[in-house]
Ligand binder design. Sequence first.
Ligand code: SAH
Length: 264
Amino acid sequence: MHRFFVSVPLSVGQPVTLVGDQAHQVRRVLRMRPPEHVLLLDGHSGVFEAELVAVKNTGVTFQVVRRQEATGEPATHITLYQAVLKGERFGWALQKGVEVGISAFVPLVCERNIVNDTAAIEGKRPRWEQIIREAAEQCGRSRLPVLQPAQLFKQAVKSPPPVAVTTEGIVPEARGRPASGPLRLIPWEGERQMHLRAALVACNVASAPGIQIFVGPEGGFTAEEIALARHYGIQTVTLGPRILRAETAGVIAAALILYEMGDL
Ligand code: SAH
């Protein structure tokens, strides 16, 4: 059944009218006719079966028939802090990230970002939100992944509050996260020792309320950025001996984490 995320409240027995792109999709692309059924999603795990009752030039109207069980959401909540990339690459990372099961995205501005104009980045938000919504509809997510406001790397690493560190990085008992905070990992091609799986075990991932992954731009993180991340308790990890492109690294890291968590 085709799926559509809608921004209005849904309740059984009520009509809902879709306009714009979604109406075009129903009317022209899918060529749906009454009484075909679709799934309407409210973005917060509400999944409703609905029947098409009217197709007009101004919009298409559905009648909500019943509530369904929400599926398609991983139990592990991953936030990808991804450096903004040039061209279509950031959109690609969003689309694949949604498919694999990432819950939230934060566009990052790092020192070596080619794209670093925050106004231009915010200008891309409507397009990026559309990519996320379409990917979520296509792959069967029942929550709409969130696109948070863009952040400077040096701000993003600061929250949550710092944990104690040694000169190598993290004190053994802190390892990547404060006691009750999310597990925070920074894939870095300069890390030789700490593999992703080892980091998940060492950081007791099962008890973390979520996982944050920080991925750098085309030119990678600077040494100062890695030092700052470590200072704030973020664990550097390797994703293996080959250098992945920036848009690949976050998607791969998320897939490996969800696999390890039994969530794929
Ligand atoms: N400038 C680097 C590559 C940057 S790749 C170079 O050319 O050598 C972009 C981002 O992907 C990096 O900042 C890192 O976060 C991630 N990444 C790519 N390959 C990785 C690997 N093998 N291990 C860990 N992180 C990796």
